[in-house]
Design a protein around this ligand. Structure first.
Ligand SMILES: [Fe+2]
Ligand SMILES: [Fe+2]
Ligand SMILES: [Fe+2]
Ligand SMILES: [Fe+2]
Length: 341
């Protein structure tokens, strides 16, 4: 049956598909704007993000590295029905792939994880099928009237939205990756909380872009992957300082323009959150520095290179799967997944 490397490869492929589906659904939710359907689709996107995280946990526990690559899915189009059909197909493909992987994998914990994910994917398939039927019925009943014309947006504001969606998407991935890789459980949870907050920001800016008739950009900058907890936090702190300054500056520039009141409001709201992230990452960095000093906490030794002693300029220690220190409590069984929520 499948070797450990094969299992890691399968789970990495699943991660790429989850990432692709997540972006696909977010795009559709943003384009559909407010309303019940958009909220349901956004809910499915949130489930995919949870799957993405569970798969990453399983991969690190097997000693592999989670991937941030994504399966490219077709993102264009203007018709809701076309989008829903695409979403139905994405779910059908996901179900087929997961069933195949579940059959090929022996490890009962991973089989259970995939089984749990499959429950969600089947619910998503039902959701998209019924949304597809609804939209088909609506378009059969004649053209929707009162279609809202997107409000025009000037180039300067559009550039700010492009910057913001790109930044937010990048940090969602970066902070999730850091939460997957750190051996420090508390830091991992804190990173995840910030990542979820950035996802909200992505929603605010993405929806505003879509309202103005722009496709939110799902391009990202380089994600800083980091070597150890301290190094990752340094990178995250500079990302937060840069974006907090940029948002403040843009808010200031548009402050006296009534046309940009909504944009200013979002920039300020996100900016306040970014200030809080600076504060949180600062505290985490202090803690990481204290823990790297002479004594080490039990259980993190293998992944935290010691500061003092022989090889201060040596290569970072190879990542050990966290399971090496916690074999009795796998983090990716169905039970513990539920606890984490
Ligand atoms: Fe999923
Ligand atoms: Fe799904
Ligand atoms: Fe943000
Ligand atoms: Fe932030």
């Amino acid at each position: 049956m499948a070797s450990r490397e094969d299992v890691i490869r399968m789970l990495q492929a699943d991660m790429r598909d989850e990432h692709g589906a997540l972006i696909l659904y977010l795009q559709h939710a943003f384009m559909m704007g407010e309303g019940e359907e958009a909220a349901e689709i956004e809910g499915a996107a949130r489930d995919e993000m949870r799957h993405f995280r569970w798969l990453a946990q399983a991969i690190t526990q097997l000693g592999g590295v989670p991937t941030l690559d994504r399966t490219e899915m077709e993102l264009g189009g203007t018709e809701v029905q076309e989008w829903m059909l695409r979403d139905v197909r994405a779910e059908e493909d996901a179900i087929a792939a997961y069933e195949q992987h579940r059959d090929a994998i022996d490890d009962p914990r991973i089989k259970a994880l995939i089984g749990r994910i499959l429950t969600d994917e089947r619910a998503h398939l039902d959701l998209f099928r019924s949304l597809n039927e609804e939209t088909a019925a609506e378009s059969g009943a004649g053209e929707e009237e009162g279609e809202e014309k997107p409000a025009a947006m000037d180039g300067e504001a559009a550039a700010v939205l492009d910057y913001a969606t790109r930044h937010e998407y990048t940090v969602v991935l970066q902070y999730l990756f850091h939460s997957f890789m750190t051996p420090d459980d508390e830091a991992s949870r804190e990173w995840e909380t910030v990542a979820i907050n950035e996802m909200q920001h992505l929603g605010w800016f993405g929806e505003m872009a879509a309202e103005a008739g722009r496709f939110p950009l799902f391009a990202r900058e380089m994600v800083h992957k980091g070597e150890d907890t301290k190094d990752m936090l340094d990178a995250d702190l500079s990302a937060e300082r840069a974006v907090a300054a940029a948002y403040a500056q843009h808010a200031e520039r548009f402050r006296d323009s009534p046309d940009h009141a909504d944009l200013v409001e979002i920039l300020e709201r996100a900016g306040e959150n970014e200030e809080f992230h600076i504060h949180m990452f600062g505290l985490m960095a202090e803690r990481a520095a204290a823990e790297q000093a002479p004594h080490q906490r039990p259980g993190v030794g293998a992944t935290q290179p010691s500061r003092d002693g022989d090889a201060s300029e040596s290569e970072p220690a190879p990542k050990e799967p966290p399971s090496a220190t916690s074999t009795d409590s796998p983090g990716f069984t169905v039970g513990s997944l539920k606890d984490s929520h």
